[in-house]
Each structure stands twice: as structure tokens, then as C-alpha cells.
Design a protein around this ligand. Structure first.
Ligand SMILES: C[S@@+](CC[C@H](N)C(=O)[O-])C[C@H]1O[C@@H](n2cnc3c(N)ncnc32)[C@H](O)[C@@H]1O
Length: 328
């Protein structure tokens, strides 16, 4: 089998029906599907698709008004940030980390939820290759439809190993073993038990979350479950650079916050992960904490934690009361 089959990568002369990206020198990009006899219109005149069809990538085409555009097929990461979307997509920098740290391999059996716009599905399908199996769950049918269109549009064919199920992951999850599980949703902690039952021993779970409160909640849920290793929590920042002669400095476009990754491995059936030896930090599980309790938090630690909280508020309260009585 052609090793690049179902990767969405095409080589050789550009064909009618293929998507290309036209980029001008100001960095503006235009995506179009090549059609014989059709034109691309700009303020500086039109460009005929026929000039591009049957030629190589990497050419420069010019309008009569002198506007120049480079022509390339979009790379996967370019396609995912420009494709139609209903839900926010996982950005390339995070997708790259997921593929490495979740150890996605050719032939893997992967579970994914939710599908959203299908960006992560595309990355996963490429990494598992034609022999892998990706089962993607999405509770909103209209989102799944967009994702299916995006994936088919990029791959140019149906991937025989891609299955999309509509429904909430917890209630619609199939009883099949999976090697890797990736959760990108609002409440991944609700799905930990269901995923744990299907994830093979040593399998990797990766949760992508966007807020710190989600990060803490999912980490504590994994600790409370017990059948997962201590989660590894990370955020990836990428800084662009500008280098022109002696003007070498960070680029102006700083990428904003996207999300956090929570990585953990499944223990063997019936085996609990060893407990952390360290006591939780003061206040970590104090009176204001209402989330899942890690197994390492012994009842006496919890009592001490909460008692310390109460002591603190006793000490703080008189000072606060005094400050409030002071005339303004
Ligand atoms: C941020 S989007 C996923 C984006 C996707 N990873 C991508 O790169 O395009 C989150 C999706 O999860 C879906 N979702 C949330 N909770 C779910 C659940 N329990 N089961 C299935 N899908 C769920 C939402 O409907 C939404 O489409």
C-alpha cells in the first residue's frame, strides 16, 4: 500500500478539484479549489485557474495589475486553522504535543471526544495511518457533520478506520479496547470512569482543557479514580522570531493562551497507582474545595487542612471587621 495513502498529501502537478493557497507578499492568504475555466478576482485584476492547473506547486502567478501570489497546496496545519468550523479547534502547537506525548502510532486504536470541527481527528487519522482505527464521539450532530465534511475534503476519500458516533461519550461509548484516548470537551472528568474501562493497561489518556479550574478538576478526578498514574500537566507556548540583518527580535504576533494538556497512563486492572508521599499544600483541599478527593488525601490531612482554614479565617476576621469600620 502507498505509505502516504489517506494522509491528504498530494504530490505532482496540480489537478482540477484540488485546494491551493494563494499568498501575497503582505501575508494575506486565499484558499481556492481549482476549476477549469474559472477565475480568482483581486482588486488588481483576475487570475485564471487554468494558469495553475497542471503546473507545479511553488510557482508565482501575476494578475494584469501586477499583484503576485505564491501557489502551494495547504499543509495540514494550515488547512485546520482555515477550514469551516462550528466549535473551536485544537491549534497545531497543541496537536503536535498531543501526538508526541499521547504516543499516537501507526495502527493505533484511538478514542476521541468530542469531534468538534474535526481538526484533531485529521491529525490523529494521519498519525494512525491507513491501518489504525479512530472512534470519534460527538454529542452535537451538526458539529459532527461539519467535521466529517472537513475530514473528507482534506483526505479526498473516506478513511476506512474512522468511525463517528453521535451521542454523549458516557452513554454511547462502545465496548472496545483502545490504546489511546483523547478528550477535548468541557467536562472530561465526567468521562474518566467510562474511558478507564476501555483503555488498555499502559494506554495513554490525554485531556485538553482551556481553563485552570478544568485543569485542577481533571487532575484531582484522575487521582481520585486511582487507576491512573499521577497526571503530568503542561502548557505549550511558541514564540515566533523575526530575523532580518541585525534586526533579530521576537515577532510581534505572540500566540495567546490556548489550553493545557493533562497526560496520564492507565494502570493494570485492579492495580492502584502508588500514593503520593507528600502531604497536600496547606489550603489545597480546604473548606472552599468541593471537587473530587485524591486517594492520597487521608482523612486526618483533610481535617487538619480544614481546621487550618478555619483558624486563618478566625484570625483574618477581626482585622477585616476593623478595616470595614474605619471611616472612608
Ligand atoms: C472544543 S470542541 C472539540 C474540537 C476538536 N477537538 C477539534 O480539534 O476540532 C468540543 C466538542 O466536544 C463536544 N462534547 C462535549 N462534551 C461531550 C461529551 N460528553 N460527549 C461527546 N461530545 C462532547 C462538544 O459538543 C464540542 O463539539
Amino acid at each position: 500500500m502507498d505509505p502516504s495513502a489517506l494522509s491528504g498529501v498530494h504530490i505532482g502537478p496540480l489537478q482540477e478539484g484540488e485546494r491551493v493557497t494563494l499568498a501575497d507578499m503582505k501575508g494575506h492568504r486565499h484558499s481556492l479549489v481549482l476549476e477549469a475555466g474559472k477565475s480568482f478576482h483581486t482588486t488588481k485584476g483576475a487570475l485564471s485557474h487554468d494558469e495553475i492547473i497542471a503546473g507545479p506547486e511553488g510557482v508565482v502567478v501575476r494578475t494584469v495589475g501586477g499583484a503576485e501570489f505564491t501557489v502551494f497546496r495547504p499543509l495540514l496545519h494550515e488547512y485546520t486553522v482555515g477550514m469551516p468550523r462550528e466549535a473551536a479547534v485544537i491549534y497545531p502547537k497543541d496537536a503536535a504535543q498531543i501526538l508526541m506525548w499521547a504516543d499516537i502510532f501507526p495502527g493505533a486504536r484511538v478514542l476521541e471526544a468530542g469531534v468538534g470541527s474535526g481538526a484533531l481527528s485529521l491529525y490523529l487519522l494521519r498519525a494512525i495511518g491507513p491501518t489504525g482505527h479512530l472512534h470519534s464521539y460527538e454529542r452535537r450532530p451538526e458539529f459532527a457533520e461539519v467535521a466529517q465534511r472537513n475530514v473528507a475534503d482534506f483526505l479526498g476519500a473516506e478513511h476506512p478506520g474512522w468511525q463517528v458516533s453521535i451521542g454523549d461519550l458516557v452513554t454511547s461509548i462502545c465496548d472496545e479496547p483502545v490504546d489511546r484516548a483523547i478528550l477535548d470537551m468541557l467536562r472530561p472528568w465526567d468521562c474518566i470512569d467510562a474511558v478507564a474501562e476501555r483503555l488498555v493497561p499502559g494506554g495513554v489518556l490525554c485531556c485538553y482543557v482551556t481553563t485552570t479550574t478544568q485543569l485542577g478538576r481533571v487532575a484531582d478526578q484522575l487521582r481520585a479514580h486511582g487507576g491512573f498514574t499521577e497526571p503530568d500537566l503542561s502548557e505549550t507556548t511558541v514564540r515566533q522570531w523575526h530575523a532580518e540583518g541585525l534586526a533579530i527580535r521576537p515577532g510581534h504576533g505572540t500566540s495567546a493562551h490556548t489550553g493545557f494538556l493533562v497526560m496520564s497512563r492507565r494502570m493494570a486492572p485492579g492495580v492502584m497507582a502508588p500514593l503520593k508521599k507528600r502531604r497536600p499544600a496547606p489550603g489545597a483541599y480546604g473548606a472552599d474545595y468541593h471537587g473530587p478527593l485524591p486517594r492520597s488525601v487521608a482523612p486526618e490531612h483533610l481535617a487538619a487542612n480544614r481546621a487550618r482554614d478555619e483558624d486563618d479565617s478566625e484570625q483574618i476576621a477581626p482585622a477585616v471587621r476593623k478595616a470595614l469600620r474605619r471611616p472612608r
